[in-house]
Design a protein around this ligand. Structure first.
Ligand code: E4P
Length: 218
């Protein structure tokens, strides 16, 4: 499973890239707003730090304008994935942009039927939003399971499942069990993936016992 980080904060991306665990980055207009800097500048910096796909979202809603924005974003760096919303115009733009050889991440997916359409439109990634479904009392993880089952039924559907709107470590674990290809994770949750109190307790015990031996390995 690949890990993308869901942020436009360049310093957080730099620090996570140092772990060697970061395979890509996703951004959206809300995250660009939080970054408080020009989008093209931020995306170019991120694409320079990370070798893998960096999603940059269009804000047009009409197909031709989406394609024009998508091409402009894709021109920033070779590893840009153009992010398009799951609308009919978005799917038409998806077909055109992937046909031109660009990576496309179709976002705001809340049903398996939508994911099927995105795959038929040739999307590189589909982004089902787990947390936002949980927020309204539905089961976000069931959506990942359903999309996995559907995509596995048809060899010609090669879209990667990118579990999005992740809120917890458990979301990451469950998305991996469900067979999601990628999880895009907020920086805080990504850092927490390593945590377990028994790891800390066990290490403390080992180090204290080792100190009692008076030995040194080097
Ligand atoms: C996905 O690409 C989105 O940027 C993101 O995962 C949305 O997450 P949120 O529901 O926490 O805003």
């Amino acid at each position: 499973m690949q890990f993308f980080v869901d942020t436009a904060d360049v310093s957080e991306i730099k620090s996570l890239a140092e772990t060697g665990m970061l395979d890509g980055v996703t951004t959206n207009p809300s995250l660009i707003m939080k970054a408080g800097r020009p989008m093209a500048e931020v995306i170019a910096e991120i694409a320079d730090i990370v070798d893998g796909p960096v999603s940059a979202e269009v804000t047009a809603t009409e197909k031709d304008q989406m394609i024009a924005e998508g091409k402009k974003l894709a021109a920033i760096a070779p590893n840009i994935a153009v992010k398009l919303p799951l609308t009919w115009d978005g799917l038409k733009a998806c077909r055109a942009l992937t046909g031109d050889g660009h990576m496309v991440n179709v976002t705001l997916c809340f049903s398996a039927a939508q994911a099927l359409l995105a795959a038929k439109a040739g999307a590189t990634f589909i982004s089902p939003f787990i947390g936002r479904l949980d927020d309204i009392g539905l089961d976000g993880m069931k959506l990942i399971e359903d999309i996995r089952a559907i995509y596995d039924n048809y060899e010609d559907l090669r879209t990667a499942i990118l579990a999005a709107s992740i809120r917890t470590v458990n979301h990451v674990q469950q998305a991996a069990i469900a067979g999601s290809d990628v999880a895009t994770v907020p920086p805080g949750v990504l850092s927490k993936l390593i945590e377990h109190p028994l790891t800390d307790k066990g290490l403390d015990q080992f180090l204290s016992d080792w100190a009692k031996t008076g030995q040194s390995i080097l």
